[in-house]
Design a protein. Structure first.
Length: 224
């Protein structure tokens, strides 16, 4: 069975990303490449990482006017990412255009609320209600826009899945039971996330900063 863990290679260091990928490739289901990596290495770097033969999750969280996002997605299409993120807060038209511009095989998912935020952070930006309410609102908007799924924390994934049974749910901010939360405020264990309805888990530092990344990936996999 293919692992549902995508390892987050959030580093601008190509050699380090390659070294970690080489060590964990047999115990993860894919590689997540974010802004740090893409800003440093662009499409050429993504192609280098694709040589490992694992699905690529391109986590760029695109957020702009609909036409700009659509053109950006078209420019990324040649990379054929397995998963691509846009911000659900960009609105229905933006998400519709992103989905239309992406290759059919690419899952376009909407980021609902960053796991580094909590209800107090939402209030500071003028959003009323709980984190749970915000995620559910944006999940419904993403579904209406035709996206494949959303990114949300493990705390909200059960409610999102109940409202969208066929959605694809990406859960970041996942930490082993004894792991440190770091700058994440809404975290769950890998088993809790899957039991709540996660389709894939995004795990970074518990694997990438471990003394033995492969052993860490295998240990997490054993809990699933």
């Amino acid at each position: 069975m293919t692992s549902r863990v995508y390892v987050a290679l959030d580093t601008p260091d190509l050699a380090r990303a390659q070294a970690i990928a080489a060590r964990v490739r047999h115990h993860v289901g894919g590689l997540k490449l974010g802004l740090e990596f893409f800003a440093a290495h662009g499409q050429a770097g993504v192609r280098e990482m694709a040589h490992f033969g694992l699905p690529i999750f391109l986590d760029l969280k695109l957020h702009d006017i609909p036409n700009t996002v659509a053109k950006a997605v078209q420019a990324l299409a040649q990379l054929e990412p397995a998963i691509l993120t846009v911000h659900a807060a960009g609105g229905r038209a933006m998400m519709e255009d992103a989905r239309a511009a992406a290759p059919r095989a690419t899952k376009v998912v909407g980021v609902t609320m960053l796991t580094s935020l909590d209800a107090q952070d939402l209030a500071a930006t003028g959003v009323t209600g709980s984190a749970h309410d915000q995620v559910v609102r944006l999940a419904e908007l993403a579904r209406e826009a035709g996206l494949d799924g959303i990114v949300c924390s493990g705390a909200e994934v059960a409610a999102a899945k109940a409202a969208w049974p066929k959605g694809f749910f990406v859960v970041p901010g996942v930490r082993p039971a004894a792991g440190k939360s770091g700058d994440q405020k809404r975290v769950v264990t890998p088993r809790e996330a899957l039991d709540a309805g996660a389709s894939i888990l995004v795990i970074g530092r518990p694997i990438t900063q471990a003394e033995d990344p492969d052993a860490a990936a295998r240990a997490i996999g054993a809990t699933l």
